[in-house]
Design a protein. Structure first.
Length: 349
């Protein structure tokens, strides 16, 4: 008969040591996990405690037409915003305050004051309100160009006026685009998985230091709750112009256009870097611009030396710096490339 192996006392000791080490490792790992969760929780609660008083509730009243009777009736709406200066300037979304007849701003301490629209820009969904208050705590704006995917993002809103709401997550993606209500594209949009509660539009998206990295603006419920925020750099630029001028200056060419695919022959013959262009199908002859050298049927492929592959590209290049300036435009006319000159005018708002 084969001999049976009998466990020695040393084998038992070794197994006990292994088990003891495993338990010790798991206990240590659980302790580390709790420490990390505690640190994360303390970060979020610390940020909220620091910035909550700067986040406001916005209540608007506006007149809308009844679709059945076509009579005007008053309709209420709510949103959030945040203070950017001690003397009462507030950033929010344009869609929160658009066409408002009256605006009230409420703080977490119960104060409720009237506000007026200092300026609004539908193209970026940013609006600036002004209240007659001083000594307010302003929220600092971070440099959104330094954001990294994966860093903490905390969305704060004040949908009810007396108590704020908080959701936390991470920056999911950068450089997204979002279509504004007027059809223009908003660039450099931040995507986050920090859920936006109803009434949180216009509130701040902040980092772990309590600095604003974006303005919460939209959520796509059908896309598993993807949330978007206008980057703080763009919001700061737009808010600064709205405070100074009450509007955003943008250039126009006085044309109607649409994207069009270019044939491989056109691309090869003219050595083009774009596959598509912008087809001009209408021109406005009288305006504060010069577009006489543009013909119906022209395909714009470059503006001021920069390639144009879509109407959105052209919108992006028509900034306030181009107003009244002679600008070279490359077009395809009859399949051949030529350069013409235009002078953009300012869009009247």
């Amino acid at each position: 008969m084969p001999k049976r192996h009998l466990p020695q006392s040393g084998d038992k000791f070794e197994r006990l040591c292994i088990m003891d080490n495993s338990i010790s490792f798991l206990t240590h790992q659980a302790s580390n996990d709790r420490s990390l969760l505690d640190a994360y929780s303390q970060t979020v609660t610390g940020v909220v405690g620091t910035v909550a008083e700067s986040v406001v509730h916005i209540e608007v009243q506006k007149k809308v037409s009844d679709q059945r009777t076509r009579e005007k009736r008053t309709q209420g709406g709510t949103g959030s915003g945040f203070i950017i200066s001690s003397d009462g300037f507030i950033i929010t979304n344009n869609h929160v305050v658009e066409n408002a007849d009256s605006i009230k701003v409420s703080f977490v301490d119960g104060r409720r004051v009237s506000a007026e629209i200092k300026g609004a820009d539908p193209s970026t969904d940013i609006a600036v309100l002004k209240i007659d208050e001083s000594g307010l705590k302003a929220m600092p704006l971070a440099d959104s160009s330094t954001l990294q995917v994966g860093q903490i993002a905390i969305a704060i809103g004040n949908p009810m006026g007396l108590q704020y709401t908080v959701t936390a997550g991470v920056v999911s993606a950068l450089g997204r685009t979002l279509r504004a209500s007027n059809g223009r594209l908003i660039d450099n949009v931040i995507q986050t998985d920090a859920a936006l509660n109803p009434g949180n539009s216009g509130g701040p998206l902040v980092n772990s230091m309590g600095q604003v990295i974006g303005v919460n603006t939209a959520v796509i419920a059908s896309a598993q709750g993807l949330c978007f925020a206008i980057s703080s750099n763009l919001a700061a630029q737009i808010a600064g112009q709205l405070i100074l001028h009450g509007k955003i200056r943008r250039a126009q060419l006085g044309i109607a256009a649409q994207p069009v695919n270019l044939s491989s022959r056109m691309i090869a013959a003219n050595k083009l870097s774009v596959q598509t262009g912008v087809y001009v199908f209408e021109t406005v002859p009288d305006g504060n611009f010069y577009n006489s050298e543009l013909h119906i049927g022209d395909i714009i492929i470059a503006f001021d030396g920069k390639p144009v592959a879509a109407v959105d590209d052209l919108h992006l290049l028509l900034s306030d710096k181009q107003i009244g300036k002679k600008v070279p435009v490359d077009v395809l006319r009859g399949g051949r490339k030529l350069t013409i000159t235009v002078i953009p005018g300012e869009i009247k708002q």
